[in-house]
Design a protein around this ligand. Structure first.
Ligand code: HEC
Ligand code: HEC
Ligand code: HEC
Ligand code: HEC
Ligand code: HEC
Ligand code: HEC
Ligand code: HEC
Ligand code: HEC
Length: 353
């Protein structure tokens, strides 16, 4: 029986992935630890990647080196959001994201991992945690997890776990024989990843404060050259179970597909200095937690194409969206050549390869 992944956009704008076919949809969720016995390789790769850390109960997170907002103790926190690569936010005992000090006064409550600083997050607002669709496994939008008012919806497991991508495993796990009879969903389309790595309308690339916003890899990929129209998907490049930070988290090198460019580049000045393709083609033009400079955020873009014209506009006039289909040279070159300007970059860019 073929299982089909269906994308449903509700009136609220929430997109749900639902599974049709056989009794599959009625299976229960069992949790990732159950998979270890039979899939230790996948489990060991996955458990140290960002996905598994996305939402952690305080009792699990307190063993990790994450500081709490000043004045708070672990007894005041129910969950930690993220805290693996970019930033951590904290949820209080009633399920609301912490946005102020315990006495209600002003406090920076978002911890930034790369530079160890704190930022304001929706300063002083009463902020429910309505992020579960992209941060949890087996999400349902009704009810309140753990009976906490601020936690919107319920989930089977906090964090993006095996069954968030493969569907519930209820009748798959009891024996090898049953596992073979009750197959899991294996979805290879970009939409699987795109259901969470998206922001707003997929045909636009939202921007803010001079940077592309984060979790928009799907929006960017559709605008860029690496998408299904060119037979490339997220998992052509990514090992879906491994962090992108791991040496082998990226399966294929750029030069394995762009053979000629790879050869000519290796013989160029930058190639000789060992500057990697992604330093120019995937600069940190997006921002999640912090920026390192005027043109350097903390998330690599997936637009890939570079505009060599100094007049090319990165953003629309109101600054809310990416204007074209390319990254501008200020983001591409100036994070390394910090004492140069856009005009200099434009004069030199065409000679790079
Ligand atoms: C982010 C989504 C995602 C998560 C999380 C995830 N997988 Fe996968 N998994 C995939 C995709 C996509 C494929 C298909 C890859 C392909 O065929 O190229 C796959 C393939 C597999 C396969 C088949 C391997 C093969 O090549 O035949 C197994 C087994 C598997 N996953 C187990 C797991 C287990 C166990 C976990 C948790 C420890 C897990 N997966 C977590 C997306 C995911
Ligand atoms: C009792 C052992 C067992 C457990 C536990 C188990 N699996 Fe499997 N799994 C298998 C076997 C056997 C296969 C089939 C391999 C084959 O046909 O080559 C399989 C295949 C898969 C596949 C490939 C698609 C398919 O169904 O053939 C995925 C994905 C997968 N398992 C995910 C999971 C996840 C996620 C968990 C935990 C929630 C899990 N498995 C737990 C034994 C197990
Ligand atoms: C549409 C799906 C989606 C929604 C909704 C969403 N996120 Fe995320 N979030 C992501 C993805 C995907 C990433 C990682 C990719 C990236 O940042 O570019 C991420 C990253 C994060 C991180 C950084 C994790 C790290 O590595 O340190 C935090 C913290 C975070 N989100 C908090 C929130 C909060 C709080 C909400 C709700 C107010 C929210 N997110 C809503 C998809 C989503
Ligand atoms: C259910 C939502 C969801 C799905 C589906 C999903 N992701 Fe993610 N992804 C996230 C969130 C949330 C984060 C931020 C987690 C963190 O780093 O704490 C993230 C982080 C990442 C990261 C950066 C962290 C790391 O470990 O390197 C990569 C790379 C990534 N996802 C790739 C993929 C790929 C490829 C797929 C499809 C096979 C996929 N994701 C499917 C939600 C999702
Ligand atoms: C699986 C093969 C594959 C991999 C791996 C790959 N690409 Fe591509 N790339 C393509 C295809 C296909 C196109 C679209 C057709 C074309 O322009 O050649 C493309 C297009 C591009 C373009 C736009 C070319 C133009 O003329 O506008 C750039 C730039 C690019 N890739 C850079 C990279 C970089 C950098 C990497 C490594 C991070 C990379 N590619 C990895 C297949 C690949
Ligand atoms: C120092 C910055 C830099 C590095 C590093 C770099 N590129 Fe480029 N690349 C550029 C610029 C700038 C252009 C646009 C040139 C133009 O339009 O004339 C470009 C154009 C391209 C194109 C499209 C045009 C063409 O010639 O086909 C591809 C594909 C490409 N690069 C792939 C790669 C690959 C693969 C690597 C690594 C092996 C790489 N680049 C390394 C700056 C760089
Ligand atoms: C052409 C290859 C390619 C494709 C296609 C691709 N990626 Fe990536 N991705 C990369 C590379 C290379 C990195 C950077 C790894 C590193 O930091 O060394 C990366 C990094 C990431 C990161 C971490 C960004 C950061 O800086 O924190 C996320 C999240 C991610 N990819 C998600 C996706 C998703 C989702 C898709 C599909 C919509 C996708 N990628 C498609 C090559 C690719
Ligand atoms: C990852 C860092 C990095 C990036 C990104 C980068 N370069 Fe370079 N560039 C270098 C290094 C290293 C050298 C060689 C040492 C030196 O001259 O400082 C160099 C040298 C040069 C030179 C020759 C020396 C000079 O200063 O005149 C030019 C021209 C140049 N780069 C242009 C560019 C342009 C244009 C871009 C963007 C398309 C770019 N570079 C992006 C690292 C980078």
């Amino acid at each position: 029986m073929k299982t089909v992944l269906k994308r449903t956009t509700l009136a609220t704008g929430i997109i749900f992935l639902t599974i049709s076919g056989s009794a599959f949809a009625e299976r229960g969720y069992v949790g990732s630890d159950t998979c270890f016995k039979c899939h230790p390789g996948e489990y060991n790769d996955f458990i140290v990647s960002g996905h598994s850390y996305k939402l952690s109960r305080a009792e699990d997170a307190r063993n990790r080196p994450i500081p709490l907002p000043p004045g708070y103790t672990w007894d005041d926190v129910s969950y930690v959001i993220g805290g693996k690569y970019k930033k951590a936010r904290f949820i209080d005992k009633n399920g609301f994201i912490i946005t102020a000090a315990k006495d209600g006064s002003e406090l920076k409550t978002q911890f930034n991992i790369e530079d160890g600083t704190w930022s304001f997050y929706h300063k002083g607002e009463k902020k429910p945690y309505n992020c579960g669709r992209c941060h949890t496994t087996g999400y349902q939008e009704t009810g309140h997890q753990d009976g906490k008012e601020g936690l919107i919806g319920t989930w089977a497991q906090p964090g993006v776990h095996c069954e968030a991508c493969h569907g519930p495993a209820g009748d798959h796990i009891k024996s090898d024989k049953l596992a073979k009879a009750n197959k899991m969903m294996v979805q290879k389309e970009m939409l699987l990843c795109g259901s969470c790595h998206i922001r707003g309308d997929k045909d636009k690339i939202p921007a803010k404060g001079g940077f592309i916003r984060h979790h928009e890899q799907f929006n960017e990929a559709l605008r860029g050259p690496h998408n299904e129209a060119n037979d490339v998907t997220c998992i052509t490049c990514h090992d879906q179970h491994k962090s992108a930070k791991f040496k082998d988290g990226i399966r294929v090198s750029c030069a394995s597909c762009h053979e000629d460019v790879g050869k000519s580049y290796a013989a160029s000045l930058h190639g000789g200095f060992g500057v990697a393709c992604i330093e120019c083609h995937m600069p940190r033009a997006s921002k999640s937690a912090t920026k390192a400079g005027e043109f350097e955020g903390d998330v690599r873009t997936h637009i890939f194409k570079i505009a060599t014209d100094a007049d090319h506009k990165m953003f629309t006039d109101d600054g809310k969206f990416v204007a074209g289909d390319s990254v501008t040279l200020d983001f591409v070159c100036l994070h390394c050549h910090q004492n140069k300007d856009l005009k200099w970059a434009a004069e030199n860019a065409k000679k790079i390869h």
